[in-house]
Design a protein around this ligand. Structure first.
Ligand code: AOF
Ligand code: ZN
Length: 377
């Protein structure tokens, strides 16, 4: 089957390249989506581009800047070209001006400011438009951006580390270390790709965690830029119990303490120690997780990483706010006196089970990394 004399598998070939380019922006584009673009003429790639950073050139504009021969070319773009003026001018106008004759799109932009308008604008200018090429892979680039645009909340990924018998900490709370160095490097990658990291005050106190990205360990081309832009660190601390000496307060970037119970003295001391404090409403005596999601949406957080203990992780799961679980499982046994993975007291019968779908499973060093999505999503 052909569309405009180009076999569909060729469209997939060039779109795969555009998706590959989009991944280069994996750690740097937020709050914008990761987008890649390839310009093809007479069966040859004449220019490539990808979006690197919000406020700077979009993928199409970056590709067009590399050639003056785009007239009559086909542009492969992982996301519908934008039709609006944001921090940068509309990509549709740039494509029309350059005289491309066809635009092949991975997915429609879920941003309500665009959402199909880009396609119409291109078509109105006489450009042939084809959509939905390699759509699943194009969507997989931006789970957070898509969810924020369509559901007005970030994509929550919960990272957990456990033993082969599913334990995450000893009864005392002691948990360092279950997994090996390679798994911990992988966690650094998850952090670097997140807009925010959420933890509970008990975990932060128990581990004296920093929750930072140590980009120098990651061997990434954009390491310097990634290191400068630390994800927002969010500590859920209803009663402002975090000590001012906590390591998390001495890190670069912002540490946000979310509380429910006002204590102006303590708040002042934490702010002096470097924290930002935010009061949110309470639900069952704890921070309302829905209110937290609304807040993180307002701050344009696309993907957030939940790195915490069984109680808070369980509360997120019960509230159906976890989209993806990433479990690092180490080949060790911690015994049945140790703590479980998620505290889910609401599950008593087999009928109450929360079913998930495995989406990936791989070895990371000596450990296993299991990724799963909740099937309801
Ligand atoms: C594209 N190509 O590479 C990206 C797009 O504020 P701005 O100007 O950067 O616009 C941001 C919006 O543009 C973003 O919310 C999304 O709808 C779209 N992103 N569009 O054509 C790109 N990154
Ligand atoms: Zn654009």
């Amino acid at each position: 089957m052909t569309v405009s004399n180009t076999p569909l598998q060729s469209h997939a070939f060039y779109m795969a390249r555009a998706i590959h380019l989009a991944r280069r922006g994996h750690y740097t584009t937020f709050p914008n989506p990761r987008v890649g673009c390839v310009l093809v003429k007479s069966g040859k790639i004449i220019a490539e581009g990808w979006h690197q950073k919000a406020g700077e050139g979009h993928a199409e504009v970056n590709a067009l800047a590399k050639t003056d021969a785009a007239e009559g070319a086909t542009a492969y773009v992982t996301l519908e070209p934008c039709s609006h003026t944001g921090k940068t001018p509309p990509c549709c106008d740039a494509l029309i001006r350059a005289g491309v004759s066809r635009v092949v799109i991975g997915m429609v932009d879920p941003n309500p400011l665009v959402a199909g308008n880009g396609i119409h604008k291109l078509q109105a200018a006489g450009i042939e438009v084809l959509t939905g090429v390699c759509e699943a892979d194009a969507r997989a680039l931006n789970p957070g951006f898509i969810q924020r645009m369509t559901e007005k909340r970030p994509f929550v990924r919960a990272k957990l580390a456990c033993s082969l018998d599913g334990r995450t900490a000893m009864a005392s709370g002691e948990s360092q270390w279950i997994t090996g160095a390679a798994a911990r490097t992988q966690v650094q990658r998850l952090r670097a790709g997140s807009s925010a990291i959420i933890s509970g005050v008990d975990s932060v106190i128990a581990d004296d965690s920093a929750l930072t990205v140590r980009a120098e360990q990651l061997n990434l081309t954009d390491a310097e830029q990634i290191a400068k832009r630390q994800p927002l660190r969010v500590v859920l601390d209803s009663h402002l119990r975090l000590p001012e000496s906590a390591k998390i307060l001495q890190q670069p970037g912002e540490t946000l303490i979310v509380f429910t119970q006002m204590d102006s003295d303590k708040q002042e001391r934490l702010e002096k120690a470097g924290a930002t404090c935010l009061q949110l409403s309470a639900e069952n005596g704890r921070v309302s997780l829905k209110a937290l999601m609304t807040y993180l949406n307002q701050r344009e957080c696309n993907e957030v990483l939940l790195e915490t203990g069984a109680t808070l992780a369980g509360a997120f799961a019960e509230a159906e706010l976890i989209d993806e679980l990433v479990v690092f499982m180490a080949p060790t046994l911690m015994g049945d006196g140790a703590r479980g993975l998620l505290h889910l007291p609401g599950i008593r019968k087999m009928a109450d089970q929360k079913r998930l779908m495995l989406t990936d499973c791989r070895m990371v060093g000596t450990d296993m990394m299991i990724t799963a999505r909740f099937t309801g999503k």
